[in-house]
Design a protein around this ligand. Structure first.
Ligand SMILES: Cc1cc2nc3c(=O)[nH]c(=O)nc-3n(C[C@H](O)[C@H](O)[C@H](O)COP(=O)(O)OP(=O)(O)OC[C@H]3O[C@@H](n4cnc5c(N)ncnc54)[C@H](O)[C@@H]3O)c2cc1C
Length: 487
């Protein structure tokens, strides 16, 4: 029998762990292919520290080719899965398209920013789901403080120094907590910036911060945020967003140039496109992570609705812990479906949660023990170092540097507002500008560079179009319609 072909879509917590476990289990007897738009695994829980200037962006990435030596990495985004033909079509970062054929498929495409139909939000808010958004926020916040400091208009100064975060889950809470420390540090020690008073606001319709977590974590986080000066407003959200501010649901208009949208995530639309039974947008799977009626198809992580065997009738929440552990079970069950071992259900025991609030503060409940203050801070950082699959020394080095040196208050301006829209199916990529049509004679490809493969397809950058679609050994790979070399 030929070597089974296992394709994994998505190299986040779930997909990365699946690949890593399969490498060990298969011992070279299976072809493992990992399809992902970037060449790195992103450790999302440390993203707020990138936005706050504590960690440099590469620190929270782990090289896929450097750590998964027996897995073939295919750079691209899946945009169509043919369940009967057992193929995955994808668009690569330069506009080409290709097809992968599988015997087993693991869908681990994660989630994207959740939108709510609130006027102006899609246009004026930014999400916090990928590295480009974190880089954008770091630069944008720095720029607002600098512009405020140079402004003669007190109203302009106030609104540029007001930063509104919507959603008090772990992402929004960490962004606001870290953000207030970051902007305070930027202003501190600048005698000419005395009138600049950065204010972070944290809004949520819920009654308390971290509404889905243990109440003791919530109390700790609330106290730290308020002590730090964050304007915590529960039971409040945004009714309308404009270029100069937000109208709150309590009727107040708050002048701001910064609206960070952390109201939650929704599963990647790829899962929905399969036309299979869904549960709140997530692909319904059995406890073995197999899709009912499709024993060759597995799903895990944020994209999958996995029955929570500890709470009958409910599904496991979208967290890194679940995704990571489900990735291992998916690998074991893929191996079992190929005749190695017995299938097993996904069953978890809650190990607690950690929320980094910046400085030495955190709220944590490892193994159910509630912790606050520096002890929680140490546990939280230790947890992240242990949980990261690589780059630990660099992360620890950045933490050490941050403890002894002031943060760098410079903005590079590499990620622009329009390149990180809130409404995107690909938060891990920046959006390229829509380039005007150019003729082949000027060295560029077709008019739009679009592959015509639907909303998921990333637009290639002008530079990428200029280079054209590279030659590939994958026989199923062909240039995209409209890309250079197609005509
Ligand atoms: C800022 C932030 C902080 C967080 N902090 C915590 C925390 O402290 N603790 C915790 O437990 N959870 C935390 N989470 C949630 C946690 O990160 C997610 O639940 C977890 O990442 C889900 O893992 P996943 O593998 O399903 O998806 P992801 O980790 O998002 O990975 C999905 C992968 O699929 C790729 N992909 C997407 N679409 C396609 C496609 N069409 N084709 C190919 N590849 C595709 C993506 O590029 C990505 O690499 C946080 C999330 C965010 C955004």
């Amino acid at each position: 029998m030929s070597r089974p072909r296992i394709v994994i879509v998505g190299a986040g917590f779930a997909g990365y762990r699946t690949a890593r476990t399969l490498e060990r289990l298969s011992q070279g007897k299976a072809d493992i292919t990992l399809l992902n738009p970037t060449d790195y695994f992103l450790y999302l829980p440390l993203l707020p520290q990138v936005a706050a200037g504590i960690l440099e962006p590469r620190r929270v990435t782990v090289s896929l080719t450097g750590t998964l030596r027996h897995t073939r990495l295919v750079l691209g985004e899946a945009d169509e899965i043919d369940l009967d033909a057992r193929t995955v079509r994808y668009a690569d970062p330069e506009g080409g398209v290709g097809t992968l054929t599988y015997d087993r498929l693991v869908l681990a495409a994660g989630s994207v920013n959740k939108l709510l139909p609130i006027p102006g939000v899609a246009e004026h808010a930014h999400g916090f789901r990928g590295l480009p958004e974190a880089l954008y926020l770091r630069d944008h916040v720095t720029r607002q403080v600098e512009l405020a400091a140079g402004s003669d208009d007190p109203e302009d100064c106030r609104s540029r120094c007001t930063f509104v975060v919507v959603g008090a889950g772990y992402t929004g809470t960490e962004v606001a907590a870290q953000g207030q420390l970051f902007t305070d540090q930027l202003v501190r020690g600048q005698p000419r910036w005395e009138g600049v008073r950065p204010r972070w606001m944290l809004l949520d319709v819920a009654e308390r911060v971290l509404p889905e977590m243990d109440e003791r974590l919530s109390t700790t986080a609330d106290r730290v945020l308020r002590q730090r000066g964050v304007d915590v407003r529960m039971g409040t959200s945004v009714q309308e967003a404009t270029p100069t501010g937000v109208l709150l649901t309590d009727g107040e208009f708050v002048g701001t140039r910064t609206l960070v949208w952390c109201v939650g995530v929704r599963p990647d639309p790829l899962a929905e496109s399969l036309g299979l039974p869904m549960e709140r947008g997530r692909l319904l799977v059995e406890p073995t992570l197999q899709v009912p009626g499709r024993p060759e198809l597995f799903a895990c992580g944020d994209a999958a609705a996995v029955p929570d065997l500890t709470k009958p009738g409910s599904y496991t929440p979208m967290t890194a812990q679940h995704a990571w552990r489900q990735g291992r079970v998916a690998a074991l069950n893929v191996a079992a479906s190929l005749g190695r071992g017995e299938p097993r259900p996904y069953r978890h025991s809650d190990l607690g949660f950690v929320v980094d609030l910046g400085g030495v503060k955190a709220a944590a409940n490892p193994l159910g023990i509630p912790l606050a203050g520096p002890v929680a801070g140490a546990v939280t950082r230790g947890y992240h170092l242990a949980a990261m699959p690589g780059n630990r020394v660099r992360v620890a080095a950045d933490w050490l540097l941050d403890a002894v040196l002031p943060r760098q208050g410079v903005q590079l301006g590499l990620v622009r507002s329009w390149s990180v829209p809130l409404d995107t199916d690909s938060p891990e990529l920046t959006k390229a500008p829509s380039a005007p049509a150019r003729s082949a004679a000027d060295g560029h490809g077709g008019a739009s560079g679009s592959t015509g493969t639907g909303g998921k397809t990333p637009e290639p950058t002008g530079a990428a179009r200029g280079r054209g679609t590279p030659e590939r050994t994958d026989t199923s790979h062909k240039p995209a319609p409209g890309a250079e070399g197609d005509s």
